[in-house]
Design a protein around this ligand. Structure first.
Ligand code: 13P
Ligand code: SF4
Length: 342
């Protein structure tokens, strides 16, 4: 029998969540529910020796009331590999939970929203990669982490938005041409930065992110004229015309770091809405102009799902180990990233 939560405990948790700024983003009725679930999640984490990982695009109550660690794809992959917990509850999308499982095959990895996919990961299969390799024999395959395990297994190296530029530079020291999959827009942005020509020096696939492909550069121009001193930060999954209009382009961690070390009149974050909410909490004295789109997959996970998954995960929520040879090859591509990115 579990002890009921006392009113004093609930008030203490409410105060903690308020101190994190959550009440700026949630209606007060939802704050009480978030505090109750947060206490229940803590109790279950202790009982199961579990941790909760939360990607920065998750709902703010997941990040403030449930997550033990938060971050971008790269940071979460590293922290999940390092944790001593027996169970990882991954609040994010499927490819992220699969990456955690690859890095910790002995741990139980749970994805509370099993239908949380990603349009980039869905854009390419292992057969597609094998066909590309047959068409361009000998070229190294550099693969964005937003892909299935089977696709990683066909790759030479995985990258994330935080290290793609660095790793491509390293590969270009030894190879005049390479294959970059599956994000055509990120690939075009990388080609631009590195002075490479798509189709010649960098072979791209036709994948894109449903969130980032939809931004409009005209909106950026009109806001710049209304807000002098505005800094525009775009995720590198955005189309090249958006990146050209921006002051900074990179991954979510790079965008947050840029805000932290600059002092602009206002910031516009051209990415998923969760990052803007996080920026509001982390930088309460800075001004943000809303320009965001919601990821339908990232927003599937609620605190109720985390609680239920911790109590008794369904078979669909538990990430299974891939076949041994697939895991071995995918892990080699991931470890190549850790080696090159440091
Ligand atoms: P980050 O690794 O930059 O957080 O990006 C992950 C992602 O899915 C962006 O859409
Ligand atoms: Fe995938 Fe785009 Fe959602 Fe990121 S924001 S998980 S790339 S669909």
């Amino acid at each position: 029998m579990t002890e009921p939560i006392s009113e004093a405990e609930l008030q203490r948790r409410l105060a903690q969540l308020e101190a994190k700024g959550l009440s700026r983003l949630l209606p007060s009725a939802d704050m009480r529910r978030a505090a109750e679930l947060s206490l229940e999640i803590d109790r279950l984490k202790k009982e199961k020796n579990a941790v909760v990982a939360g990607h920065v695009y998750q709902r703010p109550e997941i990040l403030a009331a449930a997550a033990d660690f938060t971050g971008d794809s790269y940071r979460l992959a590293k922290l999940c590999a390092q944790t001593a917990a027996d169970t990882i509850v991954f609040c994010g999308v499927r490819f992220m939970a699969e990456t955690a499982k690859l890095l910790s095959p002995q741990k139980t990895v749970i994805l509370p929203a099993p239908e949380a996919g990603c349009t980039l990961a869905d854009s390419i299969t292992a057969d597609d990669v094998r066909a590309l390799k047959a068409q361009y024999p000998g070229l190294p395959v550099i693969t964005y982490i937003n892909t299935a395990v089977e696709v990683k297994a066909e790759s030479d190296c995985v990258v994330t938005s935080a290290n793609a530029e660095l790793i491509l530079r390293r590969f270009y020291k030894k190879h005049p041409r390479l294959i970059f999959i599956p994000d055509a827009l990120m690939g075009a942005n990388l080609a631009q930065t590195l002075g490479k020509t798509p189709g010649r020096d960098i072979i791209l696939w036709k994948g894109s992110c449903v969130v980032h492909e939809g931004f409009n550069a005209g909106v950026i121009r009109s806001y710049r004229s209304r807000y002098p001193g505005l800094k525009v930060l775009a995720h590198s999954e955005c189309p090249p015309d958006i990146v050209r209009e921006s002051d900074f382009a990179g991954g979510t961690s790079g965008m947050m770091a840029y805000i932290g070390k600059t002092c602009a009149a206002a910031y516009m974050l051209v990415t998923e809405c969760g990052l803007g909410e996080l920026a509001l909490l982390d930088f309460p004295d800075k001004k943000f102009i809303a320009m965001c789109r919601l990821c339908p997959y990232m927003k599937l996970t609620c605190l109720e799902d985390v609680t239920a998954a911790l109590k008794a995960p369904s078979p669909f929520q538990i990430i299974q180990n891939p076949p041994a040879e697939t895991a071995r090859r995918a892990l080699a591509a991931l470890n190549k990233m850790f080696e090159l990115a440091g």
